[in-house]
Write a protein that binds this ligand. Structure first.
Ligand code: NAP
Length: 224
């Protein structure tokens, strides 16, 4: 599975405010770039924390990009994937609309009536892990479903698990010209953090470019 992480953060590394209020960190050109990246991949993924905070649709907006996918014999929209161990996803969430396929990765601990509710909304539910979604197992399930490339858009808790599991291939970060602050505001990578320097995922800078009023940085992950 090709795993690309893409997110927008403030100059101080925050994804949103302490109140988890969604902030427009980038501009129109970056939105177009993200739209094109979504159009390239088989699936787009977020954690349930992001769905609860933002109620995103995670779809491709540009009709030209949708048409190109169709011309290439692909589904018009990439699948939407949520890591949601306990199947907490509200049944009226935008991500459950019929614009694109929605796959929910849950843990065995997810109550069966919650799983059934999601299935009744035409979501595909896959079990991966016991008490929390195990991402390696989850990605295997997605691969078995025909998904071979995924863009993970956040938030900080989910991205921490992706890095901890060594599953990230490339990272693109848009750095906006603003400071959000707040020790409890979500950052690009939250979780428990790496304490040993040897464990830090090492990045190889591939490109840096000005975009809108911020900067776009692309890294690959140093596998050594
Ligand atoms: P998150 O990372 O979206 O979701 C975290 C939740 O996912 C966990 O609490 C956990 O809940 C579930 N999960 C399931 N399996 C997991 C696993 N293996 N590892 C980690 N989590 C797993 O939430 P967040 O860190 O609170 O971030 C949300 C914030 O980020 C929002 O404020 C949103 O606006 C912001 N955001 C910003 C951007 C950006 O580009 N600026 C992008 C995305 C999000 P369960 O255990 O209940 O499943």
């Amino acid at each position: 599975m090709d795993v690309h992480v893409n997110a927008a953060m403030s100059a101080d590394g925050k994804l949103s405010t302490v109140d988890r209020e969604q902030i427009r960190i980038s501009g129109d050109r970056d939105f177009q770039r993200v739209d094109a990246m979504r159009a390239d991949v088989d699936a787009v993924m977020v954690g349930i924390g992001t769905v609860m905070a933002d109620d995103p649709s995670l779809t491709v907006d540009d009709p030209g990009l949708i048409e190109k996918r169709e011309d290439d014999g692909r589904e018009p929209q990439p699948a939407r994937v949520i890591a949601d161990s306990r199947a907490r996803l509200p049944l009226d969430a935008r991500i459950l609309d019929d614009t694109a396929e929605t796959i929910i990765l849950v843990a065995e601990a997810a109550p069966s009536e919650r799983r059934a509710g999601l299935t009744a909304e035409d979501a595909i539910v896959r079990v991966a892990g016991e008490s929390r979604v195990d991402l390696t197992t989850g990605l295997d399930a997605l691969e078995a479903h025909g998904i071979s490339s995924i863009m993970v858009e956040g938030g900080g808790e989910l991205l921490a698990s992706f890095f901890e599991a060594g599953l990230v291939d490339t990272l693109t970060v848009y750095i906006g010209s603003m400071v959000i602050g707040g020790a409890d505001a979500p950052t690009l990578v939250d979780g428990a953090g790496f304490t040993a320097t040897d464990d830090f995922p090492a990045l190889v800078r591939e490109s840096v470019s000005p975009l809108d009023d911020g900067v776009l940085v692309e890294w690959s992950i140093d596998a050594d």
